[in-house]
Design a protein around this ligand. Structure first.
Ligand code: ADP
Ligand code: MG
Length: 399
């Protein structure tokens, strides 16, 4: 995908002043007992909202939250309006609907620079069905549409794709930034370019491995995926998580890797337990073979040293997927060692994937990365080389 989309960054006050701008953001924030437990997605939306305010637009924000089947009070965006107001340093009016009379009335009363947040668009079934009627209703209160919901850009919904048929549409700053790092850095990286790909299942990651093969100089594979690859090579992996139905694809990948420009690195030692519990007694196994009662839960110290060395000599590092069961402190050593090495590195460091981003935040190292993608599934699809409908729609609409 190339940057031929129309974007907000090229728009001037003359084009925005007094305009009613419908902005789709991703406010799908984690909630714990009705409280927002992580602000990152709100913060990521601020540059676009602030730019619209500064250019005297009327800012009408829409988002989804969770996966409601209809109106669901616990998934109301109301608490987010308050929090957004605090972050922006100005009041944000909440409107308890996303379409209809209430919205029309609220928008008609707006003055330049006002910000309102509409209710969760997924309270209407038309949202996920990408229903033209619902899209049109959303679009009817605005003059322009700005798409900045990167985390939802892989979904063709009414508020991400449908509305672009009815309004001049532009990418916001977050979308632009995500494209710059997830697309630009991969297409024309500073080399050496090292990818570290971990996580749970090989079935979820083969697309990324395939897409990056030949593009990166070094690919380190870690996490549970390791065991499908080791099994494919004829090793015994004990009780580790591995996928029998992916063995042949894993083998084919390793064969293709041999004739590619990419050096593939698999873990050379493992932290193993016989029972998965936080206080399980862990031992280190060298080489590929685990005994029947052992389960690999983290990369071992030699592997950590190997990865640190690769990061040290890299000019670009892309990381997706924790290297162990990092949710348990005892098995988070490999994952946090990588986070630390990335933080200390002078390379361009790009992190994609929900759990990887969470690990970086947990390690307190978020500010030390060049870019942490705000999109979980969207980032993964981008890294697989797929076209995201929410971004493609901006291209088509303005093309
Ligand atoms: P991301 O969200 O960053 O793309 P994934 O969702 O692919 O990452 O993987 C994250 C999950 O992988 C974590 O919940 C972690 O516990 C799990 N995981 C990592 N290593 C292992 C392992 N050796 N065995 C089982 N699960 C693992
Ligand atoms: Mg995940």
């Amino acid at each position: 995908m190339v940057l031929t989309i129309h974007s907000l960054s090229n728009m001037t006050t003359a084009e925005l002043e007094g305009k009613r701008v419908l902005v789709r953001v991703d406010f799908n924030v984690p909630l714990e007992n009705g409280r927002i437990s992580d602000d990152s997605r709100l913060e990521a939306s601020l540059p676009t909202i602030q730019y619209l305010i500064d250019n005297h637009a009327k800012v009408v924000i829409i988002s989804h939250l969770g996966q409601p089947k209809g109106p669901t009070p616990e998934l109301s965006l109301q608490p987010i309006a308050e929090r957004l107001g605090v972050l922006l340093g100005r009041p944000v009016q909440f409107v308890a609907e996303s379409v209809g009379d209430l919205v029309e009335l609220a928008v008609s009363k707006m003055v330049n620079g006002d910000v309102i947040l509409l209710e969760n668009v997924r309270f209407h079934a038309g949202e996920t069905q990408n229903d033209p009627g619902f899209s049109q209703q959303l679009a009817s209160v605005a003059d322009l549409f700005v798409q900045d919901a990167f985390g939802t850009a892989h979904r063709a919904h009414a508020s991400t794709v449908g509305v672009t048929k009815y309004l001049p549409s532009y990418a916001g700053f977050l979308i632009e930034k995500e494209i710059e790092f997830l697309d630009g850095a991969i297409k024309s990286p500073k080399r050496p370019f090292v990818a570290i790909i971990g996580g749970s299942k090989v079935s979820g990651k083969l697309g990324i491995l395939r897409h990056l093969l030949g593009k990166v100089d070094v690919m380190v594979i870690g996490g549970a995926m390791t065991y499908t690859f080791l099994k494919a090579q004829g090793h015994s992996v004990g009780k580790s998580l591995w996928e029998p139905e992916k063995i042949s694809e894993a083998l084919a990948f390793l064969a293709d890797a041999k004739s590619s420009a990419t050096k593939v690195v698999l873990p050379v030692d493992h932290v193993v337990v016989t029972e998965l519990k936080p206080d399980a007694v862990a031992v280190i196994v060298d080489g590929g073979d685990l005994s029947d009662d052992q389960m690999g839960v983290d990369v071992g110290p030699k592997t950590v040293a190997l990865i640190e060395a690769e990061i040290h000599s890299a000019a670009t590092v892309l990381w997706n997927g924790p290297l162990g069961i990092f949710e348990m402190d005892a098995f988070s050593i490999g994952t946090f060692a990588v986070a630390k090495a990335l933080a200390l590195s002078d390379a361009l460091t790009i992190v994609g994937g929900g759990d990887s981003a969470a690990a970086i935040v947990k390690a307190g190292l978020a500010d030390d990365m060049t870019h942490i993608s705000t999109g979980g599934g969207a980032a993964l699809e981008f890294l697989e080389g797929k076209t995201l409908p929410g971004i493609a729609a901006l291209e088509r609409n303005n093309g």
